[in-house]
Ligand binder design. Structure first.
Ligand code: COA
Length: 214
């Protein structure tokens, strides 16, 4: 599949290219990205080069991994430069049979662009494309994160992901097995919170959430 643009009100998603290498290298120095994602550490320019010249194009060509850079919204005329990278979002497919494939989505936002709702909108565009029968027609979307990554969980929660488990040793992070959260979103699920936010459950029983029955 040829890379294409997904456009939202506050974001423009387009494929990352060699023009983005310096910016990606700079952003991936961020301690939070190093802490919570599997980007190489230390992150060097050659990693960004390999990402945009090999990993990303291979995923699009093999139709098993679709990566977009998150940028400011707006039209870009052919041949004009794309706006700078603000974040990255992808969805990677398993090898289930046609119509039954599952896609795991992942993301990061540049530190100076966080807290503006950009990733919520960007990930929503990607997940909608993934689950849409006219898009990838996936049977499910999956989100996984290391336990404690509340910002990531918040994004997933706002898209409608239900966290179905906290699994011991689910992920490997920089050589160590770590506990992980896993949640899913099915095509028929509402694309808005489908469960109480955990803090509300504890802090506001009976108002924004319900106290778990014992
Ligand atoms: C997770 C991440 C991508 C979110 O990007 P973002 O563009 O800031 O996301 P948004 O602004 O759309 O939404 C973030 C939400 O998380 C909330 N949030 C941020 N930190 C939080 C925390 N420690 N606890 C609870 N909520 C938190 C924000 O308040 C916001 O929710 P709100 O709009 O309801 O207030 C960004 O924090 C990041 O890049 N982190 C490092 C990389 C990473 O963890 N990637 C995911 C790996 S699974």
């Amino acid at each position: 599949m040829e890379p294409f643009v997904l456009a939202g009100n506050h974001v423009r998603l387009s494929v990352p290219t060699v023009a983005d290498v310096d910016r990606i290298t700079e952003i991936c120095q961020d301690p939070e990205i190093q802490r919570w994602t599997t980007v190489p550490s230390p992150y060097r320019r050659e990693h960004a080069e390999g990402f945009v010249t090999t990993i990303v194009p291979q995923g699009w060509a093999q139709e098993n991994g679709f990566t977009w850079a998150v940028r400011a919204p707006g039209d870009v005329r052919p041949g004009d430069p794309e706006p700078p990278v603000l974040g990255m979002v992808d969805i990677r497919l398993d090898d289930g049979p046609p119509g039954q494939r599952s896609g795991e989505f992942g993301f990061w936002t540049a530190p100076d662009a966080r807290g503006r709702g950009l990733m919520t909108e960007a990930a929503r565009l990607v997940v909608d494309f993934g689950l849409d029968p006219e898009g990838l027609g996936l049977a499910r979307a999956v989100w996984r994160a290391e336990v404690g990554n509340w910002a990531s969980r918040r994004v997933a929660w706002k898209l409608g992901v239900r966290v179905e488990g906290q699994v011991r040793g689910m992920l490997v992070h920089r050589g160590d097995r770590v506990d992980g959260w896993i949640g899913t979103l099915l095509p028929g699920d509402r694309r808005e919170p489908n469960e109480p936010w955990p803090a509300d459950l504890v802090a506001h029983p009976g108002s924004r959430g319900r106290r778990p029955s014992s």
